[in-house]
Design a binder for this molecule. Sequence first.
Ligand code: P6P
Length: 339
Amino acid sequence: MSKKVSLTRYLVEQQRVDGLIPGQLRLLIEVVARACKRISFEINKGALGHVMGSAGSENVQGEVQKKLDIIANEVLIEANEWGGHLAAMASEEMEGIYVVPNRYPQGEYLLLFDPLDGSSNIDVNVSIGTIFSVLEKPQDHPGVTVDDFLQPGSKQVAAGYCIFGPQTTLVLTVGDGVAMFTLDREQGSFILVEENIRIPEDTQEFSINMSNMRHWDPAIRRYIDECLEGADGPRGKNFNMRWIASMVADIHRILCRGGIFMYPWDKREPQKPGKLRLMYEANPMGWLIEQAGGAASTGHQRILEVQPSQLHQRVSVIMGAKNEVERIDRYYQELEASG
Ligand code: P6P
């Protein structure tokens, strides 16, 4: 019977090995994991828990909020505000930052999250997830403002997601590879199931919303056309396509079996760089993908090097198999060179 390594034991042992997880960060990760467990239980109630459907309100993005969006946001805020490990939080569901109230001690970390990504899938019982990213609060001034959050993804000290599907699985990096923990519902704890996850540098499976094809940039159109030409075309191999329309589920598949995920800029809203959010979707997912040996690009630069100017800014997302991402980057460069 192989020993069961809990999330707590993994974090303590990692701390001994590489010192990447100071006490406050370990507490933060464990609190986020406990909040994800609570969110999982709420989701699993489904219609029996009266948590399905719309909340009748809109979020800062102008999107209809699902009841579970709001529940997940509240669970994460309430779980994290009193522990003394955080200075402030930012969420897709809140316009401004949430500064830890004065009645609680302030910590040195900033937590950002999409409390429930893919929520359009809630009512049809498709996997959804919580995405989180951790930054250090700048120590050169007292207090905390939204500007303290505007750090590139390369400054993250922890990132991960919890996917709520057939299993509830937490996926985490602190900069020393990617590990996966599945919730043992009998014990109520997350148990290590995989570590040192690696994404193959090549793939035959792409993930994109094909209904947007007529709106794509020519570089993306060239890449997908070549994939569709299959073995008879320039790629010399056939491709499969998957699109779950839940970023957490699509990225989880790539971490488990490889592939490339794209939500690129398109001309439907040309003033927006993309649909997905930089700070609490692309940055955490991009770091996980890189830590697993993949690449994460906007088509023009490494996602983790984008200097944020706004908390909820969007970004073009191309991430997964390293050689495929680099191919698409080349197609963008060739397009620009051709004017
Ligand atoms: P579309 C979910 O709403 C989300 O933000 C991501 O999780 C997902 O990848 C994308 O939007 C799906 O967008 O346009 O295909 O519905």
